[in-house]
Design a protein around this ligand. Structure first.
Ligand code: ASP
Length: 353
């Protein structure tokens, strides 16, 4: 009896002394509401010698309309709370299906008159990545890159093996004829003629020289930031006109043509691929941000205007960082590009400043 009274007394003392828990929920919501997570997206449709004097108003309007359509297709997904990876795919597919760009339907021809397509995608959240090179029958190479990333244990597949995988995954396959466009065929014929002229003049073995003065690269790409703060980037291309020997450019090379890392930014490149591979351009920009704490703009400017240019490379990049800052940088006369920023503002550009 005595012991029971003692315990009751102790309990009373303890309950009086223990301070009441603060009503933490109400306090936290007013004091620490996080800033609204920004979203944003930027795309490119290739860089190169794109000059106003060579453009008709109709052609310019067609490019602008397609860039706007692609940017909206991706941004709509972000606005509705969707993932950056889905936005990247949606924006790129609009351009893959258009003959205006060197990707999917508008892909350039190889020396043998084939279309060999390359693409890659990267998820900034977990650094997962997928890439494909040299496919001839896959309607949307960017969706194959994603399937490789998410449904295989590999990062990169090529040629017939990649096509078998695409088929097994139920991706849409097309007859290689689907990629035929007259404009691209004419461009191949012009490139071959130039090559033959070079051979006539110097009498040496003709070697494929992609540094033709009017080269337009035309690859497509997208970088996006979603409402969960996840970055993603993707790139899709037909490569370079008159390529041979199963040449592979930078577009399917993670770190060169495509890179995304939530710690820094998401990037897609376009240009003379060999130089982007040698300069590991996309990763170099991200690394400068991460290790040197440079802004996206400063890092991109240095890598494109100084390092890539010093190597002799031409082209550009589009990128978005984890705070939603968007940058486009190129050392060619023009780059087809569009972005929709964190305030929903659409910006479309073709020529240099
Ligand atoms: N970078 C691509 C390649 O070298 C070409 C392009 O950007 O249009 O394959």
């Amino acid at each position: 009896m005595k012991t029971t009274r003692f315990f009751v007394l102790m309990l009373l003392i303890i309950s009086c002394k223990t301070p009441k828990e603060e009503p933490s929920v109400a306090k936290n919501t007013t004091e620490t509401t996080p800033d609204k997570q920004p979203i944003g997206l930027v795309i490119h449709g290739g860089a190169g010698t794109i000059l106003k004097k060579n453009m008709t108003p109709e052609k310019e309007a067609a490019y602008r309309a397609k860039l706007e359509e692609a940017a909206h297709a991706g941004y709509e997904i972000l606005e509705n709370g969707g993932e950056s990876l889905d936005a990247v795919i949606a924006a790129i597919q609009v351009m893959e299906e258009s003959p205006l760009f060197n990707a999917g339907k508008g892909a350039v021809f190889t020396h043998e008159g084939k279309n060999e397509l390359d693409a890659s995608i990267m998820n900034g959240k977990d650094l997962n990545a997928g890439a494909v090179s040299g496919v001839t029958k896959v309607k949307s190479p960017i969706s194959l890159a994603r399937a490789i990333m998410e449904r295989s244990e590999h990062v990169m597949l090529s040629g017939m093996g990649a096509e078998t995988f695409a088929q097994e995954q139920g991706l849409e396959m097309v007859d290689p004829e689907y990629f035929y466009t007259e404009n691209r065929m004419k461009a191949l014929q012009r490139a071959i003629e130039r090559e033959e002229t070079a051979l006539d003049h110097d009498g040496q073995a003709a070697f494929y020289d992609p540094m033709i003065k009017d080269s337009k690269y035309g690859t497509v790409g997208c970088a996006a930031l979603d409402k969960n703060g996840n970055l993603a980037a993707g790139t899709s291309t037909g490569g370079m006109t008159n390529k041979r020997y199963n040449r592979i450019g930078d577009a399917p090379i993670i770190g060169a043509g495509t890179y995304a890392n939530n710690a820094s930014c998401a990037i897609s490149s376009t240009g003379w691929g060999e130089f982007f591979i040698r300069g590991v351009v996309a990763y170099d920009i991200a690394a400068k941000m991460e290790y040197q704490e440079r802004s996206l703009k400063a890092a991109a400017r240095e890598v494109i205007q100084e390092k890539l240019t010093a190597l002799g490379g031409t082209g550009g990049i589009i990128a978005i960082d984890r705070d939603g800052n968007i940058t486009t940088e190129f050392n060619t006369p023009g780059m087809y590009r569009a972005s929709i920023d964190k305030d929903g503002k659409l910006d479309i550009g073709i020529y240099g400043e």
